[in-house]
Design a protein around this ligand. Sequence first.
Ligand SMILES: Nc1nc2c(ncn2[C@@H]2O[C@H](COP(=O)(O)OP(=O)(O)OP(=O)(O)O)[C@@H](O)[C@H]2O)c(=O)[nH]1
Ligand SMILES: [Mg+2]
Ligand SMILES: [Zn+2]
Length: 359
Amino acid sequence: MILESEEERHRKRTRDRTQKGERVRTRIKSGKSLPPNAMRGIVVSAAGPYWVVAPAPADPRAGSATVASEHLVLCMVSGTVDAPEVSTLVTVGDVVWYIVDTVASESEPATGSIVKVEERTTLLSRKAAGRARKEQVLVANVEQLAIVIAAAQPDYHRRLIDRYLIAADKGDLRPLIIVNKLDLVGGKLLEVILDDLRVYHETLNLDVYFVSTVTGQGLEELARGLSGTSTLFAGQSGVGKSSIINKLASTRLKVGEISELHNKGKHTTTGATVIPLDGGGTVVDSAGIREFAIWELDQQELPYYFEEFAPFAPACKFTMCTHTHEPGCAVKQAVDDGQIEEGRYISYTVLFDEIGQQP
Ligand SMILES: Nc1nc2c(ncn2[C@@H]2O[C@H](COP(=O)(O)OP(=O)(O)OP(=O)(O)O)[C@@H](O)[C@H]2O)c(=O)[nH]1
Ligand SMILES: [Mg+2]
Ligand SMILES: [Zn+2]
């Protein structure tokens, strides 16, 4: 879902500027001095051609943004902007400085222009959809990545986890795993799933939460793991990301209403949205991604993202061993001996082949 809608919204933002006779391309001007009336905020979502910005304290140490919907400002990016990134100029989670162009009235929210984007502390990227070699930053500045899978409906499978773990590692996010819809499985199948995921908490030391939004199982423990920090929820469509967030947060951003007010289409429920948690901290809901190709990953660096290979790799017969077809490969031997979990090794080979097929 996000594939088309993200691209479409990006086009829309550009088109809108063209219609208004403004520069189509925004120029990056580093170190441009900040206008005295600029205010600091956090991009909480996108609505049609706008970025929805929540005012934030000018001093970052003062805490997270006030994400009360009545204070949101609909922003476009100004003609010249002071931004560190070339690809994905602005994204959800970005800390920005903006100037208010029109103040809020009874019926209309305030509008403004983004003049500066602060350096990102973390980022979750993927290769942009389509053929072009282009990075797309999905969300910036979140501390944790919750990889959500379902025990059933959609069918249980864990392949996406390893992909997201690499993206989290690259972007400096702390990963955790949530297995939802535990109410749908029992007995033997549940045992198989628990056993299949053992490698993540026992070998890779990740927190793995088993939950159900139907029975409420595991939600309290999960809430503790998310409290006081920021967490992006990612995973296939239908696994229950929004359902889980709805159980943990009572205040939801009403960006949909704002966008309808401006008659800018209905692209508000897709994409990513920052939501404050009742117990402090924020979560970012995102729409399910059908394809998640990791940005800038080559075959040589791939083994380093599989940390459990490290003790064995030095013993491979060839120093440049790719651990795929070579004789005397200590990593493959360790898989055969059960010292490296087979599912993880399969993920490695799948990703290795996938990278090899890229142009
Ligand atoms: N049985 C069961 N169904 C659930 C559970 N959690 C969510 N669902 C259902 O799963 C479906 C999908 O849930 P969503 O929360 O919309 O899933 P999502 O991950 O946000 O999906 P996208 O927004 O498309 O990426 C809905 O019909 C939910 O009611 C659960 O714990 N058990
Ligand atoms: Mg959802
Ligand atoms: Zn090897």
